[in-house]
Design a protein around this ligand. Structure first.
Ligand SMILES: [Zn+2]
Length: 463
């Protein structure tokens, strides 16, 4: 009953908005200039704005070999070297074994299997266009003629000499723009934010495009494809960028700079392939950096004991957790702590955490002990690749702590010696000094120092 209601609603809709006074006109298919006469009872259909044709038309009228396996509901369409496999209800298909996404899944209707004509046609090398006024699909196999066959003679919606953009898709690392041919696209990179721009001069979106892909024509003629699951690519936007001359612009929004290659086939397919290895020339700056925060001591090892009896292990843990919380807010940073409670790890275990994680930064937190008069903050590094990290973080730590600046020093501590990445050890203040000890256990002081340390890490990582 539900289906019937939808059908009735659809029919009403078609009566209310008849195309050029004809009610619910049958969809016509024109192949190389001649209209195909469809077998009686066989119809192309417009389903959710996608033109679908029965597989019988594909075999009898387009001349491709078509196979149907009832058990798996799989359609196989072959021509020359091209094999398309589609499954009823599934929006992915394979072309010569490679998976591609469909904007319309094949469907079974009244015992007949219908397939999206644009996908089948374009995959088999046809130019496909759609005239929405006359409800006609034009298929053109004559790709060598520069697309002069489209639009066909005899008034229609596309009476301009503009190149027709029929479809845009992004799969794997490729942007594909199907046009009616003869385009002279230009591509260039832009930064902040990083993107690749493709301009197709003397072009417009075809009616077929508007019928099959998102195209907002109320404000500006534009739309977008959200790209999911391809690292470094956020979305693809397209628009009629200029009216004079009519230019279609397609933009790939990137999360970091990438190189690309563009090719344009005689048949009108423009392909922009992203260079996934271009990290060698333009490093992906947004690749997450791993920071390991090591709270010194723990459990049976209290570390230094303050003048009023406070433990270093508690100070280091509190600071590590505060720094961890701040770093977790940074989208470009992945933070790891060696311990987040009162447990003990050996020095080599701490080193292993950082080395195994292939960390970019290792930072160990401590508090000092010495003569009662000793006061202030100092930072240690061991290997020369850690000096710049030491200087950067120390600068912000001293500023935030407000204690005496005891400078950046080299030290032979295992955690900064045996780690492989830039590694530093902070002695924030002296627990043996009454004034320092009070500061080290003051929440405001701790928050300030945590923020300072994070500023230093971010500056060092270029964030
Ligand atoms: Zn310590």
């Amino acid at each position: 009953m539900k289906k019937l209601k939808v059908l009735v609603a659809l029919l009403c809709f078609m009566w209310i908005f008849p195309g050029l006074g004809q009610a619910a006109a049958d969809i016509k298919i024109v192949l190389d200039g001649s209209q195909l006469s469809l077998p009686s009872g066989v119809k192309a259909e417009n389903i959710n704005s996608k033109v679908m044709i029965p597989i019988r038309v594909v075999s009898e009228k387009l001349g491709y070999s078509v196979g149907w396996e009832q058990k798996t509901k799989t359609v196989t369409i072959k021509q020359d070297q091209t094999v398309i496999k589609m499954v009823a209800g599934k929006k992915t298909a394979t072309v010569n074994g490679s998976t591609v996404n469909l904007d319309a899944a094949p469907i079974i209707k009244n015992g007949t299997t219908l397939v999206p004509i644009r996908f089948v046609g374009e995959t088999m090398g046809l130019q496909v266009s759609w005239n929405n006024q006359t409800k006609t699909v034009y298929l053109n196999s004559n790709s060598g003629s520069g697309g002069s066959e489209i639009p066909p003679a005899g008034g229609n919606g596309n009476d301009s000499n503009l190149i027709q953009v029929n479809g845009i898709s992004f799969t794997d690392s490729k942007l594909m723009i199907a046009t009616s041919g003869g385009a002279a696209p230009t591509a260039f990179k832009m930064s902040a934010p990083d993107r690749i721009v493709v301009d197709i001069p003397n072009a417009e979106f075809s009616s077929l495009f508007a019928d099959t892909q998102a195209l907002d024509i109320t404000k500006s003629i534009a739309g977008q494809i959200v790209v999911d699951g391809y690292e470094g690519v956020e979305k693809v936007r397209y628009a009629l960028f200029s009216n004079d001359p009519s230019t279609v612009r397609v933009v790939i929004d990137l999360s970091y700079a990438m190189n690309y290659k563009m090719t344009s086939s005689n048949a009108g397919l423009i392909t922009v392939t992203l260079d996934t290895d271009s990290g060698t020339t333009t490093p992906p700056t947004t690749k997450k950096k791993t920071v390991v925060i090591d709270a010194g001591h723990g459990d049976q090892d209290p570390g230094a004991i303050g003048v009023t009896g406070k433990y270093e292990k508690n100070f280091t843990l509190t600071m590590a957790l505060k720094i961890e919380q701040l770093l977790k807010k940074e989208p470009g940073i992945n933070v790891i702590t060696t311990r987040d409670d009162d447990t003990f790890l050996t020095l080599s275990e701490r080193v292993k955490v950082a080395n195994n994680a292939k960390a970019d930064v290792f930072l160990s937190i401590h508090a000092n002990a010495g003569p009662a008069s000793a006061t202030g903050s100092e930072t240690y590094y061991n290997r020369s690749n850690s000096k710049s990290l030491a200087n950067t973080v120390h600068k912000y730590m001293v500023q935030a702590a407000g204690l005496r600046d005891r400078g950046v020093k080299t030290g032979n501590f295992a955690v900064i010696r045996d780690t492989t990445m830039p590694a530093i050890l902070l002695e924030v203040g002296f627990l043996s000094n009454k004034n320092d000890e009070a500061a080290l256990f003051n929440t405001t002081f701790q928050n300030r120092v945590a923020e300072g340390v994070v500023k230093g890490i971010k500056e060092y990582l270029g964030m």
